[in-house]
Design a protein around this ligand. Sequence first.
Ligand code: ATP
Ligand code: MG
Length: 556
Amino acid sequence: MSEAAEKPKNFIRQIIERDLAEGKHQSVATRFPPEPNGYLHVGHAKSICLNFGVAANYQGTCNLRFDDTNPAKEEAAYANAIEEDVRWLGFEWNQEIRHASDYFEQLFQYAVELVEKGLAYVDELSPEQIREYRGTFEVPGKNSPYRERPVSESLDLFQRMRAGEFADGAMCLRAKIDMGSPNINMRDPVIYRIKHQAHHRTGDAWCIYPMYDFTHCISDALEGITHSLCTLEFEDHRPLYDWVLDNISIDCHPQQIEFSRLNLEHTVTSKRKLNQLVVEGHVDGWDDPRMPTISGMRRRGFTAAAIRDMCDRVGVTKKVNTTEMGVLENCVREDLDRNAKRAMAVLDPVKVIISNYPEDKVEQLSAPNHPQQDMGQRTLFMSREVYIDRADFREEANKKYKRLVLGKEVRLRNSYVIQANEVIKDEHGEITTIICSYDPDTLGKNPEGRKPKGVIHWVSAAHSLPAEIRLYDRLFNIPNPGSVDNFVSAINPDSLTVLAHARVEASLAEVEPETCFQFEREGYFCADRYECKAGKLVFNRTVTLRDSWAKIEQKM
Ligand code: ATP
Ligand code: MG
């Protein structure tokens, strides 16, 4: 039995299986319909995994469709980034990419059909008046004075709207449904508006554009979608989805099914807010490694497998919830623990001189790339001068401190046992060098009669390479930044720390951009996709070895 078959099925898969069993559908067709007005984020990843995932589960198809009905906000650059992100996440769409704009002519003809049937009319109320007439939850709407105008008049005006005779906002096309409906979406929704604006695909061909609710259901039907999966905020739009399809001549009627959005603690998942972070310069672009965008997570070193795993663990329900960042980070840790090679990097180096190690001697030591998996070996260079991390040495310490202490021994990982004998300080009292000695008889074995308690990482001073290390932390200090008025004020000022003087082992000289490593005792790090391509050794901390936030939050 496949892994997927063993898992309990979410409610959407239950619906699909019933539809297949009852012969309602022969196969499954889904779609992922992003609006190309920003980069995809972790919430979209959930929708992608669901739509492409169920299609794959039932040997069906999933289309990638750009919902590009709003010329003002959309850009081709976003569309390209979305394609790349979907592929990177590990999914392939059915045939060519679709665009709502591919259907502009058909959509127009369906709108004409509604007008001809007396089910849509051209309204000349101003946008403000339309809002006023719409009413509220408590107050029913009232009919526009243009609602009962003759079909021929609406038809003529609608054609002339298309021809460009009227200014933006002068009139619009509205579905004629029910201004008294308790569902505000059904109070004669606007289905076409005038917008004299070029579209990134159709250019100047159109100056009227269809609204989302009108476009989406028809696009689904034209593509033969069987199950149109969307987030809960569209639940109240479902009657309109169905109304449009019930009232035009189209055979296909997909079923809209809503599920709850993915919300992630300590971040925001709204394109508008993410855009604000970019535009106001709080982050360094959409793919800044602190961003919850797919490209940001990728640059940070999160793997596609880990993101898919997280979506799987979170599951698909109708319950509104917020996922802890720790869930995602644990998926990343598990994946990288299994699959990332080990290496040594010293983030805050202090020099160690091993006084009894011959001055021009260099030993090549072999170290496994992974403690459990067979990933080969790498060469470490041992020499008289090495770097260790400043935090791994103390002049005095109690027994709990299992690193290097003056007068005591510690093992250099994959190398010898050394003992600290003396420190050299600068005029500020800062340690510049630690003078040590080594026991030449401790390579791969404990010294006679003693067992050093600690193992620390190190690199050879002469053979290691300078590197920049970027430590990332939560972008927001509070769990739900999306819920406060000024979310920008909740930005964690320490979300990025740059360590410009780190040293990494020689084996990383030719590192492939985007490769992740476990830097022993420090965490998981990813070779920055841009900087490393440009020949600079820059590593982004993907995630720490353990969840330090869980501890802090418990204490708070
Ligand atoms: P945003 O609110 O960030 O602007 P959106 O819903 O406007 O997002 P779209 O490009 O329209 O973004 O979304 C494409 C698809 O992704 C839609 O089907 C939408 O329901 C889904 N989606 C968007 N955000 C989430 C989320 N947080 N969790 C799950 N699915 C999401
Ligand atoms: Mg949307």
